[in-house]
Design a protein around this ligand. Structure first.
Ligand SMILES: *Cc1c(COP(=O)(O)O)cnc(C)c1O
Ligand code: SF4
Length: 356
Protein backbone atom coordinates (compact mmCIF):
# COMPACT_ATOMS: atom_id res chain seq x y z
CA UNK A 1 0.00 0.00 0.00
CA UNK A 2 1.28 3.47 -0.81
CA UNK A 3 0.72 6.32 1.66
CA UNK A 4 -2.60 7.38 0.21
CA UNK A 5 -3.94 3.85 0.39
CA UNK A 6 -2.70 3.62 3.97
CA UNK A 7 -4.78 6.70 4.77
CA UNK A 8 -7.81 5.53 2.81
CA UNK A 9 -7.68 2.33 4.83
CA UNK A 10 -7.11 4.08 8.15
CA UNK A 11 -8.03 1.72 10.98
CA UNK A 12 -10.71 3.84 12.64
CA UNK A 13 -13.78 1.61 12.91
CA UNK A 14 -14.40 -1.35 15.16
CA UNK A 15 -14.83 -3.49 12.09
CA UNK A 16 -11.37 -2.63 10.77
CA UNK A 17 -9.82 -2.85 14.21
CA UNK A 18 -11.05 -6.43 14.44
CA UNK A 19 -8.87 -7.30 11.46
CA UNK A 20 -5.87 -6.73 13.72
CA UNK A 21 -6.86 -7.39 17.32
CA UNK A 22 -9.51 -8.92 19.51
CA UNK A 23 -10.76 -5.79 21.27
CA UNK A 24 -11.72 -6.14 24.94
CA UNK A 25 -15.13 -5.21 26.33
CA UNK A 26 -13.58 -2.02 27.79
CA UNK A 27 -11.97 -1.06 24.50
CA UNK A 28 -15.25 -1.56 22.67
CA UNK A 29 -17.13 0.52 25.23
CA UNK A 30 -14.55 3.30 24.94
CA UNK A 31 -14.85 3.32 21.16
CA UNK A 32 -18.64 3.23 21.19
CA UNK A 33 -19.32 5.71 23.96
CA UNK A 34 -16.55 8.28 23.89
CA UNK A 35 -16.78 11.14 21.49
CA UNK A 36 -13.16 11.08 20.43
CA UNK A 37 -11.27 10.83 17.17
CA UNK A 38 -9.19 7.69 16.98
CA UNK A 39 -7.42 5.61 14.39
CA UNK A 40 -4.13 4.57 12.94
CA UNK A 41 -2.61 3.30 9.72
CA UNK A 42 -2.74 -0.35 8.64
CA UNK A 43 1.07 -0.27 8.91
CA UNK A 44 0.98 0.72 12.58
CA UNK A 45 -2.08 -1.39 13.40
CA UNK A 46 -0.22 -4.49 12.23
CA UNK A 47 2.28 -3.96 15.06
CA UNK A 48 -0.39 -4.40 17.75
CA UNK A 49 -0.62 -7.56 19.78
CA UNK A 50 -3.79 -9.38 18.83
CA UNK A 51 -4.67 -10.54 22.33
CA UNK A 52 -2.85 -8.38 24.84
CA UNK A 53 -4.60 -5.09 25.73
CA UNK A 54 -1.44 -3.98 27.57
CA UNK A 55 0.52 -4.10 24.29
CA UNK A 56 2.61 -0.89 24.11
CA UNK A 57 1.51 -0.21 20.53
CA UNK A 58 -2.14 -0.91 21.17
CA UNK A 59 -2.30 1.36 24.22
CA UNK A 60 -1.02 4.27 22.16
CA UNK A 61 -3.86 4.13 19.62
CA UNK A 62 -6.90 2.28 20.98
CA UNK A 63 -9.16 4.54 23.09
CA UNK A 64 -9.44 3.69 26.79
CA UNK A 65 -12.18 4.42 29.33
CA UNK A 66 -9.40 5.85 31.51
CA UNK A 67 -9.43 8.91 29.24
CA UNK A 68 -12.62 9.94 31.06
CA UNK A 69 -10.67 10.35 34.28
CA UNK A 70 -9.01 13.65 34.89
CA UNK A 71 -7.49 14.36 38.27
CA UNK A 72 -4.35 16.14 37.18
CA UNK A 73 -5.03 17.47 33.68
CA UNK A 74 -5.38 21.20 32.97
CA UNK A 75 -8.45 22.18 30.94
CA UNK A 76 -7.81 24.31 27.86
CA UNK A 77 -4.27 23.07 28.23
CA UNK A 78 -2.92 24.64 25.03
CA UNK A 79 -4.12 28.08 26.05
CA UNK A 80 -1.96 27.86 29.15
CA UNK A 81 0.90 25.89 27.66
CA UNK A 82 1.36 27.93 24.51
CA UNK A 83 0.84 31.33 26.09
CA UNK A 84 -2.25 32.17 24.10
CA UNK A 85 -3.70 34.49 26.72
CA UNK A 86 -0.73 36.83 26.94
CA UNK A 87 -0.55 40.35 25.55
CA UNK A 88 1.20 39.46 22.28
CA UNK A 89 -1.34 39.00 19.53
CA UNK A 90 -0.65 35.91 17.47
CA UNK A 91 -2.73 33.75 15.16
CA UNK A 92 -3.84 30.39 16.58
CA UNK A 93 -1.35 28.63 14.30
CA UNK A 94 1.63 30.18 16.10
CA UNK A 95 2.71 28.88 19.51
CA UNK A 96 5.41 30.92 21.13
CA UNK A 97 7.56 30.45 24.18
CA UNK A 98 10.93 31.67 22.97
CA UNK A 99 12.49 34.70 21.33
CA UNK A 100 13.85 33.35 18.05
CA UNK A 101 11.77 30.23 17.37
CA UNK A 102 8.11 29.30 17.18
CA UNK A 103 5.92 26.26 16.59
CA UNK A 104 3.68 26.68 13.56
CA UNK A 105 0.66 24.31 13.45
CA UNK A 106 -0.52 23.78 9.88
CA UNK A 107 -3.15 21.06 10.22
CA UNK A 108 -5.13 19.23 12.88
CA UNK A 109 -5.18 15.81 11.21
CA UNK A 110 -2.81 12.91 11.81
CA UNK A 111 -2.15 9.44 10.41
CA UNK A 112 -2.16 8.10 13.92
CA UNK A 113 -4.17 9.60 16.79
CA UNK A 114 -1.97 9.11 19.84
CA UNK A 115 -4.04 8.64 22.96
CA UNK A 116 -1.39 10.52 24.96
CA UNK A 117 -1.26 13.56 22.63
CA UNK A 118 -0.73 16.85 24.52
CA UNK A 119 -2.77 18.58 21.82
CA UNK A 120 -5.54 16.06 22.45
CA UNK A 121 -8.21 18.70 23.06
CA UNK A 122 -7.69 20.16 19.60
CA UNK A 123 -6.57 17.17 17.54
CA UNK A 124 -8.32 14.20 19.13
CA UNK A 125 -11.24 15.27 21.33
CA UNK A 126 -12.20 18.54 19.60
CA UNK A 127 -13.15 20.13 22.91
CA UNK A 128 -10.96 23.15 22.21
CA UNK A 129 -11.01 25.00 18.94
CA UNK A 130 -7.97 26.62 17.43
CA UNK A 131 -7.70 27.76 13.84
CA UNK A 132 -4.55 26.42 12.20
CA UNK A 133 -4.45 28.74 9.19
CA UNK A 134 -1.30 28.62 7.06
CA UNK A 135 -1.63 32.09 5.49
CA UNK A 136 -2.16 33.79 8.86
CA UNK A 137 0.88 32.00 10.24
CA UNK A 138 3.09 32.88 7.26
CA UNK A 139 2.19 36.54 7.42
CA UNK A 140 2.84 36.67 11.17
CA UNK A 141 6.30 35.15 10.63
CA UNK A 142 7.04 37.63 7.81
CA UNK A 143 6.39 40.45 10.26
CA UNK A 144 8.47 38.98 13.10
CA UNK A 145 12.11 39.55 12.10
CA UNK A 146 13.46 37.91 15.27
CA UNK A 147 12.15 34.47 14.22
CA UNK A 148 14.95 32.43 12.67
CA UNK A 149 13.71 28.91 13.39
CA UNK A 150 10.25 27.68 12.34
CA UNK A 151 9.07 24.35 13.69
CA UNK A 152 6.18 23.12 11.57
CA UNK A 153 3.83 20.94 13.50
CA UNK A 154 0.14 20.02 13.76
CA UNK A 155 -1.53 17.55 13.82
CA UNK A 156 0.91 16.03 11.42
CA UNK A 157 2.23 18.36 8.71
CA UNK A 158 3.16 15.45 6.42
CA UNK A 159 -0.52 14.71 5.95
CA UNK A 160 -0.63 17.78 3.74
CA UNK A 161 -0.20 17.15 0.01
CA UNK A 162 3.22 17.52 -1.60
CA UNK A 163 1.98 20.71 -3.27
CA UNK A 164 0.94 22.25 0.04
CA UNK A 165 4.25 21.31 1.66
CA UNK A 166 6.16 22.68 -1.33
CA UNK A 167 4.24 25.96 -1.01
CA UNK A 168 4.88 26.20 2.72
CA UNK A 169 8.60 25.51 2.39
CA UNK A 170 8.96 27.91 -0.54
CA UNK A 171 7.11 30.74 1.23
CA UNK A 172 9.17 30.26 4.38
CA UNK A 173 12.42 30.20 2.42
CA UNK A 174 11.46 33.52 0.81
CA UNK A 175 11.45 35.15 4.25
CA UNK A 176 14.97 36.54 4.72
CA UNK A 177 15.11 36.10 8.52
CA UNK A 178 14.08 32.42 8.44
CA UNK A 179 17.28 30.35 8.78
CA UNK A 180 15.92 26.87 9.36
CA UNK A 181 12.74 24.86 9.01
CA UNK A 182 11.89 21.91 11.20
CA UNK A 183 9.08 19.42 10.79
CA UNK A 184 7.62 17.44 13.67
CA UNK A 185 5.96 14.37 12.15
CA UNK A 186 4.99 10.94 13.30
CA UNK A 187 4.82 9.63 9.73
CA UNK A 188 8.40 8.29 9.82
CA UNK A 189 7.02 5.76 12.32
CA UNK A 190 3.28 5.52 11.66
CA UNK A 191 3.23 6.11 7.91
CA UNK A 192 6.76 5.54 6.59
CA UNK A 193 5.33 5.11 3.07
CA UNK A 194 4.92 8.91 3.13
CA UNK A 195 8.61 9.29 2.25
CA UNK A 196 7.98 8.79 -1.46
CA UNK A 197 9.75 10.42 -4.36
CA UNK A 198 7.46 13.42 -4.66
CA UNK A 199 7.88 14.47 -1.05
CA UNK A 200 11.63 13.82 -1.06
CA UNK A 201 11.91 16.11 -4.07
CA UNK A 202 10.07 18.85 -2.18
CA UNK A 203 12.16 18.46 0.98
CA UNK A 204 15.58 17.57 -0.38
CA UNK A 205 18.54 19.44 -1.77
CA UNK A 206 21.12 21.98 -0.67
CA UNK A 207 19.45 25.24 0.30
CA UNK A 208 20.16 28.36 2.31
CA UNK A 209 17.39 27.25 4.68
CA UNK A 210 17.89 23.60 5.66
CA UNK A 211 15.15 21.22 6.75
CA UNK A 212 15.37 19.12 9.90
CA UNK A 213 12.89 16.46 10.94
CA UNK A 214 11.94 15.12 14.33
CA UNK A 215 9.70 12.13 14.63
CA UNK A 216 8.05 10.49 17.62
CA UNK A 217 8.90 6.91 18.47
CA UNK A 218 8.08 5.66 21.95
CA UNK A 219 8.77 1.94 21.84
CA UNK A 220 11.29 -0.29 20.02
CA UNK A 221 8.44 -2.28 18.45
CA UNK A 222 7.51 0.82 16.44
CA UNK A 223 10.78 0.63 14.50
CA UNK A 224 10.19 -1.42 11.35
CA UNK A 225 12.21 -2.01 8.15
CA UNK A 226 9.84 0.47 6.44
CA UNK A 227 10.83 3.17 8.93
CA UNK A 228 14.53 2.37 8.44
CA UNK A 229 14.07 2.88 4.72
CA UNK A 230 12.16 6.14 5.25
CA UNK A 231 14.99 7.55 7.39
CA UNK A 232 17.62 6.43 4.92
CA UNK A 233 15.79 8.15 2.07
CA UNK A 234 15.50 11.37 4.07
CA UNK A 235 19.19 11.35 4.92
CA UNK A 236 19.96 10.63 1.28
CA UNK A 237 18.49 13.98 0.36
CA UNK A 238 20.18 15.88 3.15
CA UNK A 239 17.69 15.67 6.02
CA UNK A 240 18.58 14.66 9.55
CA UNK A 241 16.03 12.77 11.59
CA UNK A 242 15.79 13.05 15.36
CA UNK A 243 13.39 11.53 17.85
CA UNK A 244 11.15 13.06 20.46
CA UNK A 245 9.79 10.29 22.64
CA UNK A 246 7.12 10.72 25.26
CA UNK A 247 7.68 8.99 28.57
CA UNK A 248 4.63 6.75 28.97
CA UNK A 249 3.74 4.71 32.03
CA UNK A 250 3.71 0.98 31.33
CA UNK A 251 4.96 1.56 27.79
CA UNK A 252 8.55 2.78 27.97
CA UNK A 253 9.19 3.68 31.62
CA UNK A 254 11.29 0.64 32.51
CA UNK A 255 15.08 0.44 32.17
CA UNK A 256 15.12 -2.35 29.62
CA UNK A 257 12.60 -0.85 27.18
CA UNK A 258 14.04 2.65 27.58
CA UNK A 259 17.53 1.47 26.69
CA UNK A 260 16.37 -0.75 23.84
CA UNK A 261 14.36 2.10 22.35
CA UNK A 262 17.31 4.48 22.29
CA UNK A 263 19.79 1.92 20.96
CA UNK A 264 17.42 0.81 18.23
CA UNK A 265 16.83 4.43 17.21
CA UNK A 266 20.58 4.77 16.57
CA UNK A 267 20.56 1.56 14.56
CA UNK A 268 17.91 3.20 12.43
CA UNK A 269 20.08 6.36 12.11
CA UNK A 270 17.62 8.37 14.20
CA UNK A 271 19.31 10.58 16.76
CA UNK A 272 17.53 10.63 20.14
CA UNK A 273 16.77 14.32 20.76
CA UNK A 274 14.20 14.63 23.54
CA UNK A 275 12.28 12.47 25.93
CA UNK A 276 9.27 14.46 27.07
CA UNK A 277 7.52 14.19 30.36
CA UNK A 278 3.90 13.32 29.52
CA UNK A 279 2.22 16.70 29.78
CA UNK A 280 -0.81 17.47 32.00
CA UNK A 281 -3.34 17.72 29.18
CA UNK A 282 -6.78 16.46 30.27
CA UNK A 283 -7.64 12.76 30.09
CA UNK A 284 -4.14 11.32 29.96
CA UNK A 285 -3.40 10.82 33.67
CA UNK A 286 -3.01 7.09 33.12
CA UNK A 287 0.06 7.65 30.93
CA UNK A 288 1.87 9.86 33.40
CA UNK A 289 4.83 8.94 35.64
CA UNK A 290 6.42 10.96 38.45
CA UNK A 291 8.38 13.91 37.02
CA UNK A 292 11.81 12.51 38.06
CA UNK A 293 11.24 9.23 36.24
CA UNK A 294 12.87 10.29 32.96
CA UNK A 295 16.01 11.49 34.70
CA UNK A 296 16.21 8.23 36.64
CA UNK A 297 15.91 6.24 33.42
CA UNK A 298 18.75 8.18 31.85
CA UNK A 299 20.82 7.48 34.96
CA UNK A 300 19.95 3.77 35.13
CA UNK A 301 19.60 2.83 31.45
CA UNK A 302 21.79 5.10 29.37
CA UNK A 303 24.43 7.42 30.79
CA UNK A 304 27.60 5.38 31.18
CA UNK A 305 25.79 2.14 30.43
CA UNK A 306 25.94 2.51 26.66
CA UNK A 307 26.73 4.71 23.63
CA UNK A 308 26.62 8.39 24.50
CA UNK A 309 24.84 9.21 21.24
CA UNK A 310 21.88 7.22 22.52
CA UNK A 311 21.24 9.78 25.22
CA UNK A 312 18.31 12.13 24.74
CA UNK A 313 17.70 15.20 26.83
CA UNK A 314 14.85 14.65 29.24
CA UNK A 315 12.59 17.70 29.33
CA UNK A 316 9.43 18.83 31.01
CA UNK A 317 7.52 21.00 28.53
CA UNK A 318 5.78 23.84 30.36
CA UNK A 319 4.16 27.20 29.71
CA UNK A 320 7.57 28.82 30.23
CA UNK A 321 9.38 26.50 27.85
CA UNK A 322 11.07 23.14 28.07
CA UNK A 323 12.91 22.51 31.30
CA UNK A 324 15.69 19.89 31.16
CA UNK A 325 16.02 17.54 34.09
CA UNK A 326 19.22 15.57 34.61
CA UNK A 327 19.83 12.99 37.31
CA UNK A 328 20.93 15.06 40.32
CA UNK A 329 23.44 12.75 41.92
CA UNK A 330 26.57 13.68 39.96
CA UNK A 331 27.84 16.27 42.44
CA UNK A 332 28.07 14.63 45.83
CA UNK A 333 29.90 17.42 47.62
CA UNK A 334 31.71 20.64 46.95
CA UNK A 335 33.89 22.83 49.09
CA UNK A 336 36.39 25.60 48.39
CA UNK A 337 39.06 23.08 47.45
CA UNK A 338 37.31 20.48 45.37
CA UNK A 339 34.21 18.84 43.93
CA UNK A 340 33.38 15.26 44.82
CA UNK A 341 31.76 13.67 41.77
CA UNK A 342 30.12 10.30 41.37
CA UNK A 343 29.59 8.23 38.22
CA UNK A 344 26.84 5.85 37.10
CA UNK A 345 28.37 2.97 39.06
CA UNK A 346 28.63 4.96 42.27
CA UNK A 347 32.41 5.37 41.89
CA UNK A 348 33.67 8.57 43.41
CA UNK A 349 36.25 10.95 41.96
CA UNK A 350 37.46 14.49 42.67
CA UNK A 351 38.06 17.65 40.67
CA UNK A 352 39.82 20.74 41.97
CA UNK A 353 37.46 23.69 42.45
CA UNK A 354 38.99 26.50 40.41
CA UNK A 355 38.02 29.95 41.69
CA UNK A 356 36.73 32.39 39.02
C1 LIG B 1 9.36 22.82 21.57
C2 LIG B 1 9.09 24.14 21.04
C3 LIG B 1 10.01 24.77 20.19
C4 LIG B 1 11.31 24.12 19.76
O1 LIG B 1 12.14 23.92 20.86
P1 LIG B 1 13.58 23.25 20.74
O2 LIG B 1 13.99 23.04 22.17
O3 LIG B 1 14.47 24.24 20.02
O4 LIG B 1 13.44 21.98 19.98
C5 LIG B 1 9.71 26.04 19.75
N1 LIG B 1 8.56 26.65 20.12
C6 LIG B 1 7.67 26.07 20.93
C7 LIG B 1 6.44 26.80 21.31
C8 LIG B 1 7.90 24.79 21.42
O5 LIG B 1 6.99 24.21 22.21
S1 SF4 C 1 0.82 12.49 15.72
FE1 SF4 C 1 1.33 14.19 17.11
S2 SF4 C 1 -0.37 15.66 16.94
FE2 SF4 C 1 -1.07 13.69 16.08
S3 SF4 C 1 -2.07 12.67 17.79
FE3 SF4 C 1 0.07 11.94 17.76
S4 SF4 C 1 1.13 13.34 19.20
FE4 SF4 C 1 -0.84 14.31 18.65
Amino acid sequence: MDWKEQLRNQVNTLERLRLYIEPTVEEIEAIETMNTKWGTTPHYAALMDKKDPACPIRRQVVPSLKERENRYGIDNYLIWKENRDTAEHRPDAIARQYHDKIAFAVTDVCANYCRHCFRKEVVVDHTLELRFDVEEGLSWIRNAPEIRDVLITGGDPFLLSNDRIEYLVRKLREIPHVEMIRFGTRTVIALPQRMEEGLLKVLGGLHRVPIWINTQCNHPKELTPESAEAVYKLMGCGINVGNQAVLLKGINDDVDTFRKLHLKLLQFRIRPYYVFYCEPAPGIDHFRTPVEKGAELIRDAIRGHTTGLAQPMYVVATNVGKIPLAPDYYIRERDEKEYTLVNFKGQVTRMPNIPE
